[in-house]
Design a protein around this ligand. Structure first.
Ligand code: GDP
Length: 194
């Protein structure tokens, strides 16, 4: 995929603000610090369009990035902060449910998992939540460059097994540092938006 154009269209706090031009959407979800912003920036060849490492307690928004005037990346607020309040957690849950349950233009979700560690309980809940709504998932296992080559296959297997990945859902090992996995990720995502 050659990305010629990418811009943030809106940081939405409620569904009234979601774009309504009907373009297909790919959502991106993952634990805070997993490398989600780095993934988005690498995929669209921008240094810092997606903000990296947003702090907990800030307003949680769904960020819509319009790509090539033809589809959206929708950056979902990260989960798994130890310090968020119950109120914030509930607000996050409502926003997720509303979006994933109702959004007709949503085609698939990229679920980012840190390849260095086994998936967390939150990661597994997120995968099950997406499957509950029948949403196709592409698992992107991040920070590939941080895992020794000899150990990569083993780590990938741990991720697959912990999530109990369905056969139609693919996994791509990815590094925002080296760009490994980028073409493969685009190949899978292109199928959802074509
Ligand atoms: P986010 O909170 O999920 O958006 O995570 P960020 O994209 O801000 O990344 C969190 C930290 O991990 C930053 O310090 C990034 O530089 C680092 N990081 C993200 N992806 C990679 C990667 O593929 N390789 C390495 N070595 N570091 C990464």
């Amino acid at each position: 995929m050659k990305v010629n154009q990418a811009e943030i269209v809106i940081s939405a706090v409620s569904k009234k603000q979601y774009p309504n031009d009907g373009f297909p959407e790919i959502a991106l979800a993952g634990r805070s610090n997993v490398g989600k912003s780095s993934f988005i920036n690498k995929m669209i060849q921008r240094k810092s369009l997606a903000r990296t490492s947003s702090k907990p307690g800030k307003t949680q928004t769904l960020n819509f990035y319009k790509i090539n005037e033809s589809f959206f990346f929708v950056d979902v607020p990260g989960y798994g902060y130890a310090k968020v309040s119950k109120k914030e957690r509930e607000a996050w849950g409502r926003m997720m449910e509303e979006y994933f349950q109702e959004r007709e233009t949503l085609r698939a979700t990229v679920l980012l998992i840190d390849l260095r560690h086994p998936p967390t309980e939150d990661d597994i809940i997120m995968y099950d939540f997406l499957k509950h709504f029948d949403i196709p998932v592409l698992v992107v296992a991040t920070k590939l460059d941080k895992v020794k080559k000899a150990k990569r296959d083993k780590h990938i297997k741990v991720v697959r097994e912990a999530l109990d990945l369905e056969s139609e859902d693919h996994l791509v090992a990815f590094s925002a540092e080296t760009g490994e996995g980028k073409d493969q990720a685009w190949r899978h995502l292109s199928e959802f938006i074509s």
